[in-house]
Design a protein around this ligand. Structure first.
Ligand code: ZN
Length: 284
């Protein structure tokens, strides 16, 4: 496995980890100062700002962009709403191109309001993915489908398995040497999956690992959305999963992504970043 302590350029921070407590320029500077090599910003920090200036600031700070978070949810009750969701994502993908993001992260959405038809929601996700990968390819942006833990199937992601994401990728792109549609593997969402080993092998063989997110699953978890743990504080064998991902040929950054309203978001950014660096070295 790669030595993350000796190679800080392989370590990236998803800005959600820092709780959005400062303007993006200050966050970029803090991440660079802490010695990371990459950053993954969110649309809420970028949209409405001067995207080119933010991109330049990130570059000047010596950081790469490991991913751009995240898609507008896809499933809709009307065609007009579906089209609007696809268009919003196309605009975000253009910003991902400006930022030089390694991929645009797709959190696909759950059931549209009032619906009980999860199969229809999944079909819409596949249809939108086909449209968005074409758009991404034209702008040089790879599209990464991120399966979420099934606890979010209703409201955040009807896509819950890595195998499901890979099946969508292959249905749309077929078997290609240089895919534009792939997956983002997040240990929080996939650690429990009995097929994880096989599916990561599949993703690796088909070069469809576009991102790798780490944190930990706390026991007990007080809030499945905003009580994620720092690597080493929970029950996920993060080094084991990183081993699988890297054996699969993934050579991109390891991105820390921790939603933690009651703990890490309350700490100063510099403190959280320092602990992230330590745990990337010792527990990832
Ligand atoms: Zn993630």
């Amino acid at each position: 496995m790669r030595d993350l302590a000796a190679n800080p350029q392989l370590c990236s921070v998803n800005t959600a980890t820092l709780g959005f407590q400062a303007p993006i320029r200050d966050v970029i500077d803090a991440v660079a100062r802490a010695g990371f090599g990459g950053i993954a910003p969110w649309r809420r920090e970028v949209e409405g700002g001067h995207v080119k200036a933010i991109a330049r600031h990130i570059r000047d700070a010596g950081l790469s962009v490991s991913g751009y978070c995240r898609s507008t949810y896809i499933p809709a009750t009307t065609t007009a709403e579906f089209d609007a969701n696809v268009s919003a994502n196309k605009r975000a993908i253009a910003d991902a191109a400006t930022l030089g993001a390694a991929c645009f992260v797709m959190v696909v959405g759950g059931l549209p309001k009032g619906s009980k038809d999860i199969e229809a929601a999944r079909a819409q996700v596949a249809e939108a993915s086909a449209l968005l990968v074409e758009h991404g390819r034209s702008l040089g942006v790879r599209i990464g489908l991120e399966p979420l833990h099934p606890v979010y199937a209703a409201d955040r992601s009807c896509l819950t398995l890595l195998s499901e994401a890979l099946t969508i990728c292959e249905a749309i792109e077929g078997k290609v040497d240089d895919p534009w549609l792939g997956t983002v593997i997040d240990v929080y969402h996939l650690w429990w999956d009995p097929n994880l080993r096989l599916d990561i092998e599949w993703a690796g063989k088909t070069k469809r690992i576009f991102g790798f997110h780490v944190c930990d699953w706390l026991v007990p978890t007080n809030d499945v959305l905003n009580d994620r743990g720092m690597m080493g504080d929970g029950v996920i064998d993060v080094p084991m999963i990183r081993g699988l991902v890297e054996s699969g040929g993934y050579s991109g950054p390891v991105e820390v992504e921790i939603f933690s309203a009651e703990n890490w978001w309350k700490k100063p950014m510099s403190e959280t970043l320092q602990v992230c660096r330590e745990r990337l070295a010792s527990a990832t």
